[in-house]
Design a protein around this ligand. Structure first.
Ligand code: NAD
Length: 349
């Protein structure tokens, strides 16, 4: 039993990968995706309260390691996350993450958590939240291009939040598509494996691109994208790493999380710095329009922003109360006499 008591205040709850998986099953994956979307929406609606900065990236030839901090004035949070597209060939994941929440008043951490699972959940919840705002109202079919680690989460979030009934899968690696078909069997979706990206987008009102390649890739060419669709572009999230032909961007109304970060990392790194984009929080608060016509192509140029991680950690912190889904972690020295750190060390000998 790992419930924290007031006398344990120096112990920091730590949510391991095992606990996170148990929490997801305890809540139910679709319910949790929906509730995460609600938390993210609530935080996006209080956008002005947050400290905002593009994430701090350390690039190498193989990938990137990033820190993503933010604060609403009461709680501070950050995520550590990597992106290494070559990793899967070596049996490692492209993306792994962990994160922390702290009390702004004392500076003491209040939660440490794995965030590899949680990132997949929050990314899918954000995609679905935005698709609910921007996709055609009658959207029932999604093309899912890139069938890696994020793909099942993306599919289930679109089902739970937007009512998607069919996913059409394509990946350059048929083994990834097969894995996705198997994982999504019995999840209440019609799952259609496709041999080409062109086939996958047939009849789809939502097109999700979620591929990993450290280059300016062209997952969608201009002629593949018809009027009226919503594009959920997840995979282009680093300088020099994009998924869409530039011509598609010129035909689309582009929606972003935090423009200062997206201009560095997103699809719009291909465009002029002053190309007009709309911030999602403005659509959520009714201060900017979302979809305005049936013919419009809406594009969510998703890169992942710190506030989404903050919301997800806030959600986990709320959900683990009154559960034993965490370890109390001895992370803070916290001596009885706060100025006697050395005495504490000596007494431990
Ligand atoms: P992954 O490596 O598990 O899966 C990527 C899949 O893309 C692989 O199966 C690969 O075969 C496939 N692929 C590569 N090139 C392709 C192409 N040309 N056409 C079709 N499929 C292709 O990676 P993942 O964890 O699923 O992440 C996918 C991407 O999403 C990464 O680039 C990652 O950085 C990004 N991501 C973005 C966010 C966000 O918030 N926007 C969050 C998490 C991950």
């Amino acid at each position: 039993m790992t419930k924290l008591t007031p006398s344990d205040k120096a112990l920091v709850p730590f949510v391991s990968v095992d606990h996170m998986m148990k929490l997801i099953h305890h809540v139910g994956i679709e319910k949790m995706l929906t509730e995460l979307a609600d938390y993210i929406e609530a935080d996006f609606k209080r956008w002005q309260l947050f400290d905002k900065t593009p994430r701090i990236a350390s690039h190498s030839e193989e990938g990137v390691i990033e820190l993503m901090p933010t604060s609403d004035g009461e709680v501070y949070g950050f995520k550590y996350v990597n992106g290494h597209p070559k990793n899967t060939a070596e049996g490692l994941q492209t993306v792994t993450a962990f994160g922390l929440l702290a009390d702004v008043g004392s500076g003491y951490p209040v939660l440490l958590s794995e965030m590899t699972m949680l990132t997949a959940m929050r990314t899918a919840a954000t995609s679905a939240l935005v698709a609910r705002l921007l996709a055609p109202e009658d959207a029932k079919t999604m093309a899912m291009i890139g069938n890696g680690a994020q793909s099942e989460f993306q599919s289930l979030a679109m089902k739970a939040v937007c009512g998607i009934e069919e996913v059409r899968l394509y990946d350059t690696d048929p083994a990834a598509t097969q894995k996705c078909v198997e994982n999504l069997a019995d999840q209440g979706l019609r799952v259609v494996p496709c041999k080409t990206a062109e086939d996958a987008i047939l009849g789809a009102q939502i097109i999700t691109t979620c591929t990993a390649d450290k280059q300016y890739a062209t997952i969608l060419t201009d002629n593949m994208v018809g009027a009226g669709v919503h594009i959920n572009a997840i995979g282009g999230d680093c300088p020099g790493k994009t998924e869409l032909a530039r011509a598609i961007l010129h035909r689309s109304d582009i929606f972003v999380e935090f423009p200062e970060q997206t201009r560095i990392e997103g699809e719009i790194q291909q465009l002029a710095d002053d190309h007009s984009v709309t911030e999602i929080w403005r659509v959520l608060t009714g201060t900017a329009p979302g979809r305005t016509s049936d013919k419009q192509i809406t594009l969510f140029d998703s890169v992942g922003f710190a506030i989404e991680d903050f919301s997800a950690l806030r959600y986990v912190r709320d959900k683990i109360k009154d559960t034993d889904l965490f370890h109390p972690l001895d992370l803070l020295a916290d001596p009885d006499d706060p100025r006697d750190l050395f005495g504490m060390l000596q007494r431990a000998n």
